[in-house]
Design a protein around this ligand. Structure first.
Ligand SMILES: NC(=O)c1ccc[n+]([C@@H]2O[C@H](COP(=O)([O-])OP(=O)(O)OC[C@H]3O[C@@H](n4cnc5c(N)ncnc54)[C@H](O)[C@@H]3O)[C@@H](O)[C@H]2O)c1
Length: 295
């Protein structure tokens, strides 16, 4: 077997279970060395041992993605063990809580944004210099969600964080292309994992003072709906196979649920109609022939 992944090294955050673990196994099957990183040490060690028992080149590294110095340690460990680093999979993410705008707990918002957005920035910042340094090129794979392609009522923090990951990826694609680093964003709809139980790994620094806690009953309906949707999701193995397929064909947007196309198209149609409205506007319509400024 020979392929573009063979003998190269990937660092994967949130690799102790769910989507991260499935991607770790799929990339290991392609012949990659894997540095599995996660905040859940017990689950990480068990998953790492399971992959090692299958004969894969795997190390495990403790990582809270919101702590930049821990990212630096993971990169150093991967380099010590495998030499070069070629890929980062920014997968670790949390679901937060569903609820009304006025019921959004500030500490929960901070937790979701720190893990889902800042964690992705930190992963890229720590890994991109070492990927650039060897000149062989590589990959950045950011795990967003279909939630990054559409707003959903009662899921503000999660949708906002995933839209940010889509946007970060779109900014990095042209920035990293000259360095032969292929950047993609994975946007699955529901996948059968433990994302609806994300609070199991919530860090102490995001604890909510008792007087600031929202009545659990208010959040219950959203939590139940999220659990049912995740339980009905596709298996992680199917998703991981799709990721290998799409990385191999150099996709920038990786979709795993083709029937959700109409959701994205509905959004683009509304945006298209709003632009037509602006073109027809007596106030700004005359700008239609101006140059587009980007940098
Ligand atoms: N399951 C779905 O339906 C679905 C759909 C779209 C996108 N996603 C995204 O997929 C990614 C993986 O989630 P999953 O569904 O496998 O959930 P999961 O809860 O099964 O796995 C998430 C992993 O991330 C780890 N993690 C959590 N906080 C961390 C932190 N601060 N630092 C390091 N690791 C941390 C957890 O310990 C866990 O191993 C997330 O970014 C999620 O938003 C999931």
């Amino acid at each position: 077997m020979s392929n573009e992944f063979m003998g190269k090294t990937a660092i994967i955050s949130g690799a102790a279970g769910g989507i991260g673990l499935a991607i770790a196994e799929a990339l290991a099957e392609q012949g990659m060395n894997i540095a599995m990183a996660d905040i859940d040490k017990a689950a990480l060690i068990a998953s790492g041992e399971a992959l090692q028992a299958k004969g894969y080149n795997v190390i495990t590294c403790s990582l809270d993605v919101t702590d930049y110095s821990q990212w630096e340690d993971v990169v150093a460990n991967a380099q010590d063990k495998f030499g070069k680093v070629h890929m980062v999979v920014n997968n670790a993410g949390v679901g937060g809580a569903s609820g009304k705008i006025e019921d959004a707990e500030h500490e929960t918002w901070r937790w979701v944004m720190d893990v889902n957005v800042t964690g992705v920035l930190y992963g890229a910042q720590a890994c991109i210099p070492v990927i650039k340094s060897h000149g062989e090129g590589g990959w950045v794979l950011n795990v967003a969600s279909m939630a990054g392609m559409m707003g959903m009522p009662y899921a503000t923090a999660y949708c906002a964080s995933k839209a940010a990951v889509v946007s970060m990826t779109e900014s990095w694609i042209p920035e990293l292309e000259p360095h032969h680093i292929h950047t993609s964003v994975l946007c699955p709809a529901f996948v059968k994992t433990r994302i609806h139980e994300s609070y199991r790994n919530r860090q102490e620094k995001y604890a909510i003072a008792p007087d600031k806690r929202i009545d659990k009953e208010k959040l219950k309906a959203g939590a139940n709906a999220a659990a049912m949707a995740v339980e009905s999701g596709i298996p992680t193995e199917m998703l991981a196979k799709r990721v290998i397929e799409a990385l191999s064909s150099k996709q920038h947007y990786i979709f795993t649920h083709p029937h959700y196309r109409k959701v994205a198209m509905g959004r683009f149609k509304a945006i298209e109609e709003a632009f037509v409205d602006a073109e027809e506007s007596p106030v700004v319509g005359h700008l239609i022939d101006e140059d587009i400024i980007t940098f």
